[in-house]
Design a protein around this ligand. Sequence first.
Ligand SMILES: NC(=O)c1ccc[n+]([C@@H]2O[C@H](COP(=O)([O-])OP(=O)(O)OC[C@H]3O[C@@H](n4cnc5c(N)ncnc54)[C@H](OP(=O)(O)O)[C@@H]3O)[C@@H](O)[C@H]2O)c1
Length: 416
Amino acid sequence: MKTVLVTGVTGFVGSALAAGFIKNGIKVVAISRNDNSGWRTLKAIEEAVAQTQNDFSRDIGQMLEVISIEYEKIEDLSKNPLLDEIDEVWHSAAEMTYSKRKLNRSFAQNLEKTSRLYKIMARSKKCKRFYYISTAYTGGIDDQMATEELHVSPILTNSYQASKWAAEMSLAQCNERWKLPVTIFRPSIVVGDEFTGWRGKSSFGFYVFVENLMNIRELGVDQVQIDLDPNALVNLIPVNRVVDYAIKLSQSDSIRDSFEVVHASSGKPFTVVKLAERIEVITGLKIFFGKPITKLDRMLANGVKQNKYFAGRSWHFNQCTMKKVLKRDYEDFKMDATILDIIICRFLWSDDVVIRRKKLMKKRHLRFSKKMSSIYNLQTRIITSYRSKFELSRQSEALNSIDLETQHMRTHTKIS
Ligand SMILES: NC(=O)c1ccc[n+]([C@@H]2O[C@H](COP(=O)([O-])OP(=O)(O)OC[C@H]3O[C@@H](n4cnc5c(N)ncnc54)[C@H](OP(=O)(O)O)[C@@H]3O)[C@@H](O)[C@H]2O)c1
């Protein structure tokens, strides 16, 4: 039986990946921190199975081994007899912080521990390839036509991006020296399952943006102005598609390069304006584009500041190597409004987000009276009334095109 070593299995992508491997008859050896009983890892996979896999008939317990280890002691892994069973590695665990103050921590996990894990696996008996889950944004903010190769001098904006880029470079050197083949697997922005909207506990980037807009609407405000280019492209890829690409790569019988880079991204990304239209339909909030007008617009701009570099640009990720390796199995993913609605609705009405919203509403109630929201509404209305006819007609078109099905979802769906 083929056996893969997967790290970060208690996380969003890692749990879905492990569920996908097990469904396909591939045994998973999971590396998790602080999980001696293996319970946390098992629960994460069980949830991912329930939410992302149809006709799942395998006994997870039979197909899973958990190694609880702290990454500081990662060399202890070489003493584990399971190591000799491993056919390939999928390294998903990562420090996800963007904070520049946590640069050391990001580099320690994402660069140093990744290289150490590679070296251990390069010495193991059976391992044939080391897949590193990186990010499609290692190209920096200047390179919007990202190709499937290492980026030589990117302009990097946060600790996450910088440490992921450094790990890619380090793995290229490790590969030259220790010869274990490497695949740098670069997903774009991973969102919930395209059929169920399931997103584990993930709530950063895109989700923070959607949640903030919903919260603003709940406060009684009916329009906001966001400082993003409406024509910029947002490349969202559902987690099930990422898993699908991963499993197909793992099972591919193509002749492969010893070092390869592949993008796991959407072939037809959404524009920011289209994304805003779906959020308008779901939340009932009107969205305009331009410099912040109200204090609330400024707060919103502040909240998404970290991701503005990414959401404000049109990224194109070519998938030539992915296509070459998967050949006939390659399937392009095109994001559409229905999938996006499922993903957004599932997120906004999931238990944790509803609880967070209720708490926030309670806290803000005293400070944010109805009078305040009317002032914001009035301010925005006066300024937006001076807009060009074109801008206003776009907004009304968007509102007129409210599709009844989504309206129905908004009022009646409460998915837990
Ligand atoms: N989500 C996205 O939009 C996206 C996009 C592109 C690429 N990716 C990549 O996909 C991978 C997984 O992302 P995700 O969204 O699944 O993240 P996640 O839900 O936060 O899961 C990451 C997992 O990594 C482990 N981990 C977290 N911090 C760690 C640290 N400091 N040291 C060691 N392990 C740590 C944890 O597992 P344990 O506690 O069990 O060890 C955690 O469950 C990452 O490599 C990320 O760069 C994600």
